[in-house]
Design a protein around this ligand. Structure first.
Ligand code: 6LW
Length: 548
């Protein structure tokens, strides 16, 4: 059975709780809505989606959070029949900070948030001690007297009934490795009557690492494992196939052993980026990187960068030796296996969207309609665009495979469905497919009001037209079968089965674009600054994924 990635595609910061024979897992979702997806498993290998903890637009205001802001690392725990998620909403003009939500069924409904105004920073985690007391620890972003980038892990007692912090705040950890930045993602466990603090450090990029410390009392003092970091890929250099391993959660397995869930990114050789952004035609192969130093022999593996997949959820076995956890015993690394091929075809015949389709941010406006035309997903071209912070009509799903193709049969009606509006009414509208990393980095294969289909890459906040072609005209609309194919860092835009353009997607990886996210692939419509009568009707949309 396939082990890694356990959850392919952008599923960072996994947190897992065990309740008897059942396990529940939650991951970060930043600006996407619904947010905080929950998965259920009984074997820690197969995870079934069961819902989202944030699925009501009035639960949290995500409408103005920037890309890679919003919902950071959540922690899920269970106590006395109640599930708790503690989490932080970062940035935007709405309410921000640390909050707790509760549910009796992890599939929902989850409560409205209760804000913990005295819980600073990010990455809160909840710990129920055997004596009935509860504690929250988190990562304070900046404390005086620390070195640049060093953080403080704090601990406060928590009242799980009144849902508020009580008592003093204890600083308990500043990281294990001298000079390392971002001690974060802390979790506490009680094992054999001792308290273990697991925390990431080094930052979520290439220097990410997992460290562990132990104390006799929950408030410390905590003493680091001399073997720290207990898991990292930071020493593997630029040929490593998996990078950024960190942000771990420990859990006991059904068989009585232990496992850890972490985030990691599958890395792709940069020589796969055959076409530079802005080139409409295929460019020659990029030369292999120059060897650095005499020790590099000919034929060494190509340098890799991250990928557009983002940070995925992986799992390793854990053994306890001499009172310390050993991650991936005997191996010390995360080993990836290809995800199974996937072909998901959605005819939009159901009254509700399938759970893999998500939106960007929250809005009071409706941004899709499954009832207007039976068997079609209708997207209204509202003012919001994909290129500015807002809540555009975008319905997308994660890229989950190194080769991923999104294909859709669409009809674009510039004057609106039924063409009741005047000829110029939808003149500024565009609609089609998009591969979205952020407002600044994306691919679009879009129709305009004159019936052109344009292939566009947006890199560093700038659009570049890669090619265009005319779409078929129906009565009052234009129809096309659109496809965007991703293969490593190579993207191909296809219209009605004919390749229109290619480009590199390097600019869409978080290593280049910044932020914390992999890409979402989906359909969109926009009035580009003003509400438009234009609509995009999506007859079907299909995702094909393969790692081979
Ligand atoms: C998260 C932090 C991190 O809050 O990245 O890898 C941040 N770790 O713990 C966003 O996912």
């Amino acid at each position: 059975m396939r082990v890694n990635p356990v959850l392919p595609g952008c599923h960072p910061d996994p947190s897992v709780v065990r309740v008897g024979a059942d396990y529940y897992l939650v991951t970060s979702t930043f600006e996407y809505f619904p947010g905080l997806p929950l998965f259920h498993s009984t074997d820690l290998e197969r995870w079934a989606p069961i819902g989202h903890a944030i699925d009501r637009a009035d639960q949290l205001d995500l409408s103005t959070v920037p890309a890679s802001g919003g919902l950071f690392a959540p922690t899920i725990r269970h106590h006395d029949g109640t599930f708790f998620i503690v989490n932080t909403l970062v940035a935007g003009s709405g309410r921000q900070g640390t909050f707790v939500i509760t549910a009796t069924d992890p599939a929902g409904d989850w409560s409205d948030p209760v804000w913990l105004d005295d819980a600073p920073g990010i990455d809160p985690s909840l710990f129920f001690d055997d004596d009935g007391r509860a504690w929250i620890c988190g990562t304070e972003l900046a404390s005086p007297g620390l070195w640049e980038g060093q953080t403080e892990v704090w601990l406060s007692e928590f009242d799980p009934v009144a849902l508020r912090l009580i008592g003093p705040r204890h600083p308990i950890w500043h990281g294990a490795l001298h000079g390392a930045v971002w001690a974060e993602g802390p979790h506490l466990y009680r094992v054999d009557d001792r308290y273990y603090l697991l925390a990431a450090e080094g930052g979520t990029e290439r220097n990410h690492a997992v460290c562990i410390a132990v104390a006799e009392t929950v408030t410390g003092p905590y003493r680091g494992d001399p073997a720290n970091p207990v898991l990292t890929h930071r020493h593997l250099g630029r040929s490593a196939g998996i990078v950024g391993v960190g942000h771990a959660e420990l859990v006991e397995t059904p068989a009585g052993g232990w496992a850890a869930f972490l985030l990691a990114t599958r890395a792709v050789p940069t020589s796969d980026a055959r076409v530079a952004p802005g080139d409409a035609a295929p460019a020659p192969e990029v030369a292999a990187p120059a060897p650095r130093g005499a020790a590099v022999v000919q034929g060494s593996p190509a340098e890799r960068t991250g990928s557009t997949l983002g940070r995925e959820t992986v799992r390793v076995a854990v053994a306890w030796e001499d009172g310390w956890p050993v991650f991936a015993p005997g191996v010390g690394l995360v080993v990836a296996e290809p995800s199974p091929d996937v072909a998901v075809h959605d005819d939009f015949d159901d009254a509700t969207l399938a759970p893999e389709w998500t939106l960007v941010r929250t809005s009071t406006e409706s941004r899709y309609d499954l009832g207007a035309r039976p068997g079609f997903l209708r997207l209204p071209a509202r003012a919001a665009t994909l290129t500015a912070v807002g809540a555009p009509a975008f319905v997308g799903r994660r890229q989950q495979h190194l080769r991923a193709t999104l294909t859709a049969r669409v009809e674009f009606a510039p004057g609106g469905a039924g063409a009741g509006a005047g000829a110029d009414a939808g003149a500024g509208a565009t609609a089609g497919l998009a591969v979205r990393q952020s407002e600044s980095a994306q691919l679009r294969l879009e129709l305009d009001a004159r019936g052109s289909v344009r292939a566009v890459i947006r890199a560093d906040d700038r659009d570049t037209l890669l090619g265009s072609v005319r779409a078929d005209r129906l009565d009052a609309s234009f129809a096309a079968t659109l496809s965007i194919r991703l293969d490593g860092f190579d993207a191909t835009f296809v219209v009605d089965g004919v390749d229109l353009a290619r480009c590199s997607t390097l600019a869409l990886s978080s290593e280049h674009a910044g932020g914390f996210l992999g890409v979402w692939m989906g359909a969109f419509a926009s009035g580009n600054g003003s509400d438009s009568p234009a609509t995009l009707d999506v007859d079907w949309m299909r995702y094909d994924g393969s790692d081979l």
